[in-house]
Design a binder for this molecule. Structure first.
Ligand code: ZN
Length: 170
């Protein structure tokens, strides 16, 4: 089992899932299936089990992940958690596989942290809602929230409000 963070390998965009499956060869290889709009994200399971995973991106076809293709790379939200086969649970954020959302080192992006801090109030708010308000990748906003907590400027809620944040001031 592979359990370190590593970069995905983007193998291109195709129109059909069958074409995508033939293009993913190694763990972390990904292909975007797009016909007009992004339909699916096909990837060789990043833990090395050999399975090919299809992540639905089209909400008309059922529960769908959000897909971001930005300057810093490809991102999926939320995490991918297989309920069959190897059971792999991972995140794709800016072209990188992370095994849980606790496993990454804080990025310390001061401009994003300032934007996130400006969204915080005395009430707990989910990082997902902050990301939507800022049109930012949710994992980047979660990272910024944790950096603010680390710096004493924000407080994270306790269960069941983990991943929700408020200003640290009294
Ligand atoms: Zn696997």
């Amino acid at each position: 089992m592979l359990r370190k963070s590593y970069a995905v390998q983007f193998k291109g965009t195709v129109e059909r899932q069958s074409e995508a499956i033939s293009l993913v060869e190694r763990p972390g290889d990904v292909v975007l299936v797009e016909r007009g709009v992004p339909r699916a994200f096909v990837m060789k399971c990043p833990d090395g089990c050999g399975d090919v995973l299809t992540v639905n991106l089209d909400s008309r076809a059922g529960p769908a992940w959000r897909f971001y293709q930005r300057e810093d790379g490809l991102t999926l939200f939320p995490s991918v958690w297989r309920d069959t086969g190897c059971g792999a649970h991972f995140i794709v954020w800016d072209d990188t596989i992370h095994w849980t959302n606790d496993s990454w080192a804080l990025r310390r992006d001061p401009s994003l942290e300032a934007a996130v801090e400006a969204c915080l109030t005395d009430e707990l708010v989910s990082f997902v809602d902050i990301a939507a308000a800022l049109d930012e990748v949710p994992w980047s906003v979660l990272d910024a929230c944790r950096s603010l907590v680390d710096g004493g400027r924000a407080i994270e809620g306790a269960e069941p409000n983990r991943a929700s944040f408020r200003l640290a001031r009294a």
